[in-house]
Design a protein around this ligand. Structure first.
Ligand SMILES: [Mg+2]
Length: 129
């Protein structure tokens, strides 16, 4: 349960795939989350993160995106707010990038394909930290 008036956690979803965004949103909204922002690449993700500021409780961040990728986006987000709760979304076989992102400050990661159990387990554990 978040401290927000509606008790939900506010999420920024950054992913270049409209399908993934739809899927993540669907999963989150069956849980205690509300998607308050969406971005299709890293640069847009940084811009949304800056705009939404304290409204954001959590960011889901795709690693592979055209233009600014998830790793560079993560670095910028951590500069803006070193305490940001960022969870990386990656395809199988991106273990090195996942490790790198955890060193930069990501709080967790989810390997695609996504399912409700996986997503809610990881996100809840990140918010409890
Ligand atoms: Mg992608």
């Amino acid at each position: 349960m978040s401290d927000r008036a509606d008790g939900k956690w506010n999420v920024l979803v950054v992913d270049d795939s409209a399908f993934q965004v739809k899927q993540i949103t669907k999963i989150l909204e069956t849980q205690n989350f509300k998607v308050i922002g969406v971005a299709a690449d890293g640069a847009e993700g940084v811009a949304r993160f800056q705009e939404l500021g304290d409204e954001i409780d959590l960011v889901t961040l795709d690693i592979t995106m055209p233009g600014m990728d998830g790793i560079s986006c993560l670095k910028e987000i951590m500069k803006i707010n070193p305490k940001a709760n960022v969870v990386m979304m990656s395809a199988l076989g991106k273990e090195d990038l996942v490790k790198q992102s955890l060193l930069i400050g990501a709080k967790g990661f989810i390997v695609k394909p996504l399912d409700t159990d996986k997503v809610s387990k990881v996100l809840q554990s990140v918010l409890k930290k």
